[in-house]
Write a protein that binds this ligand. Structure first.
Ligand code: NIG
Ligand code: FE
Length: 412
């Protein structure tokens, strides 16, 4: 199978030598080829260049991308795509004045989603999740992290992991599973949180790790959920099973989760709507990437991650959807790129870097995904006709994607 894409108006994120992350000031640069071609064989980017040099390719399929932009597929490094039901009634409760915390405190929120998931069959959960996954692929996402965390029992967490495994096997998209071992404290453990931590460290983590589906562990480090000591105990248990942290921190409060994540070699620290100088300093010189989730800020009306503070300190930044039923019920990365520009004050170049190569880094796959580089996977977006790539974030809430190529296969 070979595909030649010709007459590309702008080919974005082109790197002669492979890159795996873009940091600080370098995020303002998005290497672009005007009037370009791209040649793919099977699932791999083989060649690209100026149209004037496009000779000698005998491709089975030719796509004329005249007037269109071609770029690496979005890399969405933080989602909870596997869930059951929805939380529309809580959405209305919030409109009517209740806060996210007030809803959670009366048994709603994550506990609500867990109850529904526990009572949903594995097949039904798979079908509901597959539908969402296919929708986000059609919107341009080619690699996606998917967390567990709505199980809250060993049995239900393993069910979630099996569903993620099946999605991974059957979808063309690259899927990175994460064990969100500690997402909320179940009702039955409310007055004995320590017992639940032990349940996680001694039962859930070993059983989940034995399935060999995930390399990552997540904790919701937050007031009312898991504090710094709880989080550290869980990360240490994960480490004994070679699970690397990717953690929820600083969503509502600064507890020191960022420094803890860095200390435990977290691949990413995600949310960061609240951030102080020592958080920023903790990230300097580390291999841990901060991840902003502007869909969550939008939907919950909470502060946006201070991206400028992070990028201007020389740090890298990724952006992701946080697709989940409670705080961000959308998997549309095009909107996230737009929100990054409008609300996080990132330039289109910074936002596209954050949603491609840096998103791939936050999933540990940026050696093979996230840029147009020979030898990398052919995961691509072909946009509708537009004059410049800045239109992707500019025309917010539109659907800029015309066609996607995943693993060298054309969809749509
Ligand atoms: O990333 N903050 C923790 N977890 C999710 C929300 C979970 C939910 O409300 O269902 C998040 O925002
Ligand atoms: Fe999340």
């Amino acid at each position: 199978m070979s595909i030649l894409i010709t007459n590309i108006k702008q080919l974005l994120q082109v790197h002669e030598t492979n890159i795996t992350i873009v940091k600080g000031r370098a995020m303002k640069t998005l290497p672009t080829l005007e009037n370009a071609y791209l040649y793919i064989e099977n699932d791999t980017i083989i060649e690209y260049g100026n149209m004037a040099d496009c000779e000698g390719f005998d491709a089975e399929t030719i796509i004329n991308a005249e007037g269109k932009i071609v770029l690496p597929s979005w890399c969405d490094s933080h989602t909870h795509v596997v869930y059951a039901g929805d939380r529309t009634s809580e959405f209305v409760d919030r409109i009517n004045g209740l806060s996210y915390a007030e809803i959670a405190n009366k048994g709603g929120g994550i506990l609500n989603s867990a109850k529904v998931l526990q009572n949903t069959s594995e097949e039904d959960l798979y079908q509901q999740s597959l539908k969402r996954l296919n929708e986000l692929i059609a919107m341009g996402t080619g690699a996606v992290e998917i967390k567990t965390g709505y199980g809250l029992t060993v049995e239900a967490e393993l069910k979630m992991l099996r569903v993620i495994k099946r999605l991974k096997q059957e979808s063309l998209a690259k899927i990175i599973p994460t064990l969100l071992a500690a997402h909320a404290i179940p009702e039955a453990f409310r007055s004995k949180k320590q017992d639940y931590i032990t349940y996680i460290t001694d039962e859930l983590i070993p059983k989940a790790a034995a399935l060999n589906i995930t390399n990552y562990i997540d904790v919701f480090c937050e007031d009312g959920y898991f504090n710094i000591e709880d989080t550290e105990a869980i990360l240490k248990a994960g480490k004994t099973h070679n699970l690397q942290p990717k953690i929820h921190v600083n969503q509502f409060n600064v507890l020191g989760g960022i420094a803890l994540g860095v200390k435990h070699n977290a691949l990413s620290v995600d949310h960061l709507e609240e951030l102080n100088d020592s958080d920023v300093n903790a990230l300097k010189g580390s291999d841990t990437i901060p991840v902003a989730l502007p869909g969550c800020s939008y939907f919950l009306s909470i502060p946006y991650t201070p991206a400028r503070q992070l990028i201007d300190a020389g740090l890298p930044l990724a952006i992701a959807t946080d697709y989940n039923p409670g705080s961000s019920p959308s998997g549309n990365m095009n909107f996230i790129v737009s929100a990054a520009c409008v609300k996080l004050k990132m330039t289109p170049e910074e936002a596209i870097n954050a949603a491609t190569i840096n998103g791939a880094y936050a999933m540990g796959i940026s050696n093979m995904y996230g840029s147009i580089t020979r030898g990398k996977k052919a995961n691509l977006i072909i946009t509708k006709p537009m004059n410049h790539y800045s239109e992707i974030p500019y025309a917010f809430a539109h659907h800029p994607v015309e066609q996607v190529i995943i693993n060298g296969q054309i969809l749509g």
